[in-house]
Design a protein around this ligand. Structure first.
Ligand code: MG
Length: 345
């Protein structure tokens, strides 16, 4: 009864409350592909692909064109044998967000079929996680106002986007720190700095008495030497995001001792590589955070269950759905301010 009898793709567009500005990119909406799997039993499983052209070279148009091909590939497959389906969908390495959506939809359908939650299929390590919320690039005044709002909403980890203007970034950090004392900060430059600029930012911020919990992707993705330089010349733990898309990328980062953290995103790696990265990180002494692209609550659901199931993450940056207009909440979890919990059945 757990064989796949249909696969459907649909395009969904979600508008952001405010255009989301990071180094080199401003988005006013997110365009995602929703995947629905139907089993013989009538049970349905859902997944969402939120492609990032900037990070993965993927677009919704290229994903939608694969609908027929994917249906042919998956029809008749049994979701109980999900590792077989993971191996088949691993071949979609040029479409990692689609791979994530399909692999999650398989787990979602299986979980529904057997009456469990996906986080329990993945290990059930945690009952609850807590997300940060992000301040995009803007005028210093607007960044400070946004940070105050986030802090007042109860978020204790604030993510701050930097990387386009070193002087303004340092000033923004100082001002945000002044009004959000007690918060923890994740700073993300999205590849915007040179290694020297990245070290200057970190040292100036440190001199002002500010602690940064994670300093994400300060330099270009290809510049592994640069990441390592920042890691050994700045006082804060350095994370790879754009530099860490597959398990092979993470193997290299471990070998080169280039970072302290890896930011896993299902949209870069799918479930299969994300599971492998968790094990590589454990063996290689790396810490982990989990992030997102432009997922709605349906897509964020995937990462919430992955994080609850594996329990592998120090920080959770799962806030894209909180930044967009959505008709209804579609996560199979409970969102309570920054807290995300297992749904009780
Ligand atoms: Mg990032």
């Amino acid at each position: 009864m757990s064989k796949i009898v249909d696969v459907k793709f649909s395009l969904k567009t979600y508008e952001y409350f405010k255009p989301f500005h990071i180094t080199g990119s401003v988005s006013s909406e997110s365009r995602n592909v929703e995947v629905e799997l139907v089993l013989e039993s009538g049970v349905r499983g859902f997944g969402e692909a939120s492609p990032s052209f900037r990070v993965n070279g993927e677009r919704v148009e290229s994903i939608l064109a694969l609908e027929h091909f994917v249906r042919e590939m998956l029809l008749g497959q049994d979701v109980k044998n999900y590792r077989r389906i993971f191996d088949m969908t691993d071949r979609l390495f040029a479409f990692p967000s689609l791979k994530a959506a399909l692999q999650f939809a398989v787990l979602d359908a299986l979980a529904e079929e057997v009456g469990l939650e996906v986080c329990h299929l993945l290990g059930g390590a945690k009952e609850e996680i807590e997300t940060d919320k992000t301040v995009g690039i803007d005028t210093i005044e607007n960044r400070v106002e946004e940070a105050i709002g986030i802090f007042r909403e109860g978020f204790r980890v604030i993510k701050i986007k930097v990387g386009e203007n070193l002087r303004e970034d340092i000033e923004a950090m100082a001002e945000i720190y002044r009004v959000t004392k007690g918060a923890e900060y994740i700073v993300d430059a999205n590849m915007g700095y040179t290694p020297k600029e990245a070290v200057e930012f970190a040292r100036k911020v440190y001199q002002m008495g500010i602690d940064v919990a994670v300093y994400e992707q300060p330099v270009r993705r290809e510049d592994i030497e640069g990441l390592k330089y920042v890691r050994f010349h700045s006082p804060f733990p350095v994370a790879a995001d754009e530099s860490a898309r597959t398990k092979y990328d993470v193997m290299r980062l471990v070998k080169e001792e280039a970072v302290d953290y890896v930011n896993i995103k299902l949209m870069k790696s799918g479930i299969s590589d994300a599971l492998a990265i968790v094990e590589i990180a454990k063996s290689g002494g790396l810490k982990l955070m989990i992030g997102c692209m432009g997922e709605s609550s349906l897509g964020i659901n995937q990462s919430v269950h992955f994080a609850l199931g594996t329990g592998a993450f120090e920080f959770h940056d799962l806030d894209s759905h909180l930044m967009m207009k959505e008709g209804s909440f579609r996560g199979k979890f409970v969102q309570d301010g920054p807290k995300m919990r297992v749904r009780s059945r």
